[in-house]
Design a protein around this ligand. Structure first.
Ligand code: PLP
Length: 416
């Protein structure tokens, strides 16, 4: 057995010496696409429906995800609201979602007047199917699995329960664009799939989102809802519902057309890097890897390690950062992390848009959901003892090997 190397945090040599530069996110293709739109003098999709960049993006995106329809919108949050309205969800309904997701998932439920119900995640850090089933009440209308950090949810289990209990499934794919489960793209499993295309996501148009579905009815309703002027732009045969203002501009659409073509190459780079790191960190003392329900479909933008407890996770993260690997634990942030339900203060306090307290006090709501900071103890346990690493898109094999070496070094030192 080799002698333990001195950790960088104790004055040893850092394991990671290589840093692959990350090339600019946009290149000539995006610049050209934007200039082409500007040259037309028109940035509004419905003025050139036969040649709209937004329309072209929707076609390409639907084709890539494998659904019949796509509606482009102006954010991931509005995509979720369009998906919910598309499914007919509103006042009186409960929607079950995991306690580990960006607050936008719950905000969208509130936005359409429905009540969010918070359920546990399991060791995949995605919705625990058993707790989802436990949280079903007579008011439950839908479940919103969230593919957090690019990790596919257990869609077969979730769909089986939803089908048995007569619930709709709305996938939040904001963090997992292009990922898959069982060979099918995320977003195409549920009744509707909702994506974000803002700056921090896998592909981006600046601010934007997308709704995908196979259902004519769902896309028709989402379409009406996303644009209150919609019946004026084109004739509409179905029932007209009131809409809001979630349109995507031609500039964003043009960016989206280029970005969607890059999606699979982006994921391929992340996957190669993560595979190299994971191969080098098997069977380490005191370290368990996050379970990934379908490793082949993982977007591979992140890697999560579970330590025995929160204290160990903090020590591990500090030591690993000193070795040159960017990582963190969830509860040592200086700002409250809105990805964890304990920081969704206004929801836990049932504060709506006005003192009247809707949706919880809405006459149509017959349920009695309650919230507390400790309502999902397993979620807090898993998150509290996790160390999360972001996987860079560009890494040469040597740098990936050094990351694995750094993780091994820290694990052995802290265990020994
Ligand atoms: C980013 C995100 C959203 C919201 O997307 P926006 O484009 O910022 O509105 C929704 N859900 C999850 C899980 C997210 O990460």
């Amino acid at each position: 057995m080799k002698t333990l190397e001195k950790l960088a945090i104790d004055g040893g040599t850092p394991a990671v010496t290589r840093r692959t530069p990350q090339p600019p996110r946009f290149d000539e293709r995006e610049k050209q696409a934007l200039c082409d739109v500007l040259d037309t003098g028109n940035v509004f999709r419905y003025l050139r429906d036969d040649d709209s960049q937004v329309r072209r993006f929707e076609e390409r995106f639907a084709e890539r995800i494998g659904t019949r329809h796509c509606l482009a919108v102006n954010s991931g949050t509005s995509a979720l609201m369009c998906g919910l309205v598309g499914l007919g969800i509103g006042p009186g309904d409960e929607v079950i979602l995991p306690g580990y997701t960006f607050i936008a998932s719950a905000a969208a439920v509130l936005g359409v007047g429905a009540v969010p119900v918070i359920a546990e995640v399991d060791d995949s850090l995605t919705l625990d199917p058993e707790d989802f089933e436990r949280k079903i009440t007579p008011s439950t209308a839908a479940v919103m699995p969230v593919h957090m950090r690019g990790t596919p949810c257990q869609m077969r289990e979730i769909l089986a329960i939803a089908e048995r209990r007569g619930l709709k499934v709305i996938e939040d794919v904001a963090q997992a664009c292009g990922g898959s489960y069982g060979g099918r793209r995320l977003g195409s499993w549920g009744d509707v799939g909702c994506f974000s295309l803002q700056h921090f996501k896998i592909i981006t148009v600046g601010e934007g989102g997308a709704v995908v579905t196979d259902s004519d009815e769902v896309i028709g309703r989402a379409n009406m809802y996303h644009d209150c002027g919609r019946p004026f732009w084109e004739g509409y045969e179905g029932e007209v519902i009131p809409g809001l203002g979630f349109r995507m501009s031609e500039l964003a659409g043009a960016l989206g057309c280029v970005q969607v073509e890059k999606l699979d190459a982006i994921l391929a780079r992340h996957r190669a890097n993560k595979a190299r790191i994971v191969a080098g960190i098997q069977g380490l003392p005191g370290v368990t890897l996050q379970r990934v329900p379908d490793p082949e479909g993982d977007c591979a933008i992140s890697l999560v390690l579970f330590l025995p407890d929160a204290e160990a996770a903090k020590r591990f993260a500090n030591a690993l950062r000193a070795e040159g690997v960017g990582c963190g634990t969830v509860f040592d942030n200086t700002i409250p992390d809105r990805h964890i339900y304990t920081y969704w203060d206004h929801i836990l306090e049932k504060k709506g848009y006005t003192p009247a307290g809707s949706p919880w006090t809405h006459p149509a709501y017959k349920g009695s959901v309650s919230y507390s900071k400790d309502m999902c103890p397993r979620t807090l346990d898993y998150l509290g003892r996790s160390v999360a690493l972001g996987i860079p898109q560009y890494m040469d094999p040597q740098e990936a090997a050094q990351w694995a070496e750094a993780i091994r070094k820290v694990a052995h030192a802290l265990a020994g």
